[in-house]
Design a protein around this ligand. Structure first.
Ligand SMILES: *[C@@H]1O[C@H](CO)[C@@H](O)[C@H](O)[C@H]1NC(C)=O
Ligand SMILES: *[C@@H]1O[C@H](CO)[C@@H](O)[C@H](O)[C@H]1NC(C)=O
Ligand SMILES: *[C@@H]1O[C@H](CO)[C@@H](O)[C@H](O)[C@H]1NC(C)=O
Ligand SMILES: *[C@@H]1O[C@H](CO)[C@@H](O)[C@H](O)[C@H]1NC(C)=O
Length: 407
């Protein structure tokens, strides 16, 4: 059937808005990705050859063109997020050691960002003696080089002598003026734990939870504070086992809530393959939990499992209800997750940071050409992105959703 005149006119108008006109208005480091351009591909490959781990290069693009303008606009809503002059700068690089992994957290008082090394598999070259490394950078140093695309060597990466050490830290957030980490534990007898660290010298730490009524957790993954109740929520999942440093799991993977004042630990959600990152909407009405079910460590990948973000309503009493699929990533699985002050949702995926609006529409990506397990805002307009052997600093217009629980 022939299109009606009015819809044809709309299409033409839309085309001229999205293509040449907006291209000239886009910031220097941004490009528009036209999803219609790949609705029909001339050739497609079977899942053994093309799957969630294969970088997708849209027709007309190349790996270089995707990287040269790393702010990918999938919907014009993303323009407000990136502002007029977004920048992406590589500020750290190692040849092999995955020292830029997760637990990315802004220490407001010192204006530093902390992050941790990947515990990794036995093979990952980290070695268990190195798997408790916490590091930090100064944001003033990062900001001073944001006009460069590559500033490796110009920003100091400092190892933090946390004491006692945090065994295989993986997640972190601000907590009562300090930083709370999820430690994945190690071996049979060093249990996963929630451990709080002083963000200033001497970086003393205190374990505040290491069991569920005597039972070990599997390997604690991520932690978030509810913006209103200030309760601690955290995920537990099997990565310590499938990365070979924890015994076979003794409890199902699930999401917990901890009230540190009463000591009460409760389960708030299950029904996941591997619950991973979690975060709240700015008003605390929603919680977002990533499920990295496709990735089973040494057991390999199962492309039919979740690579998704689930959303729940958070009830007045702090329990979760109305589980709903929020987003499914085309690239790897969404891991670390954060919201901005407008309620948009960002998650680290295999090609960079994906950004969805509050309805779960993909509106943009910060393309790295490599995977990011976690990243975080550092207040307004600043973001630090970990990518295992690479560390990035980004500037954009959006503000983070800073929650502390000073009391
Ligand atoms: C598909 O093939 C046609 C004919 O060779 C070519 O003109 C077109 O650009 C191709 N499209 C894509 C998306 O590769
Ligand atoms: C472990 O490392 C060795 C040597 O680099 C490599 O040959 C092997 O494939 C690796 N195994 C895994 C499971 O990654
Ligand atoms: C990095 O640390 C070294 C040694 O403390 C210091 O000399 C240098 O000025 C620092 N770099 C920056 C950019 O501050
Ligand atoms: C670190 O030590 C100070 C001084 O004793 C104490 O007030 C603070 O609570 C400690 N922090 C942690 C996380 O252990």
């Amino acid at each position: 059937m022939a299109p009606q005149i009015s819809s044809l006119a709309t299409l033409l108008l839309l085309g001229s808005y999205l293509a040449p006109a907006s291209a000239s208005k886009l910031p220097a480091q941004a490009q528009f990705i036209d999803q219609k351009a790949f609705n029909v591909l001339n050739t497609t490959q079977p899942p053994t050859e093309f799957n969630a781990k294969t970088p997708f290069v849209p027709p007309g693009s190349t790996g270089d063109s995707l990287a040269n303008q790393p702010f990918h606009v999938y919907d014009k809503e993303f323009l407000k997020i990136i502002g007029d002059h977004p920048t992406l700068t590589r500020i750290g690089h190692t040849s092999k050691d995955p020292i830029f992994h997760e637990a990315v957290v802004w220490s407001k008082g010192t204006d530093e960002v902390f992050f941790v090394q990947n515990a990794g598999a036995k093979n990952a070259s980290t070695g268990l003696h190195k798997s408790a490394i916490v590091e930090k950078i100064s944001l003033a140093q990062a900001a001073a080089v944001s006009d460069k695309r590559d500033a490796v060597g110009l920003v100091n990466i400092t190892t933090v002598p946390a004491s006692p050490i945090i065994l295989n830290p993986n997640g972190a957030t601000n907590y009562r003026g300090q930083i709370i980490f999820t430690g994945e534990g190690q071996g049979d007898n060093k249990a996963p734990a929630l451990q709080v660290m002083n963000p200033k010298s001497p970086y003393n730490t205190t374990v505040i939870l290491n069991n569920f009524f005597g039972r070990q957790f599997n390997s604690l993954n991520d932690v978030a504070i509810h913006p209103k109740s200030k309760d601690i929520y955290f995920t537990d999942t099997i990565y310590g086992y499938v990365q070979d440093f924890r015994p076979a799991p003794g409890i199902q993977d699930q999401v917990y809530r901890f009230n540190p004042d009463t000591g009460a630990v409760t389960v708030v959600a299950d029904e996941f393959d591997h619950p991973n990152g979690l975060t709240f909407s700015p008003d605390g009405d929603y919680v977002y939990v990533t499920d990295t079910g496709i990735d089973n460590g040494f057991k390999g990948f199962d492309w039919t499992r979740p690579a998704a973000v689930y959303r729940y309503d958070v009830k007045e009493d702090g329990t979760f209800e109305n589980r709903k699929i929020f987003a499914f990533s085309n690239s790897g699985a969404p891991d670390g997750i954060h919201t901005d002050s407008w309620g948009n949702v960002y998650a680290g995926c295999a090609d960079g940071v994906h950004v969805w609006n509050p309805s779960g529409k993909l509106i943009g990506k910060i393309h790295l050409g490599t995977g990011t397990a976690n990243f975080n805002f550092a207040g307004k307009g600043r973001m630090v992105i970990c990518a295992e052997t690479e560390l990035f600093y980004a500037t954009l217009a959006a503000a983070g959703n800073y929650v502390d629980s000073e009391m």
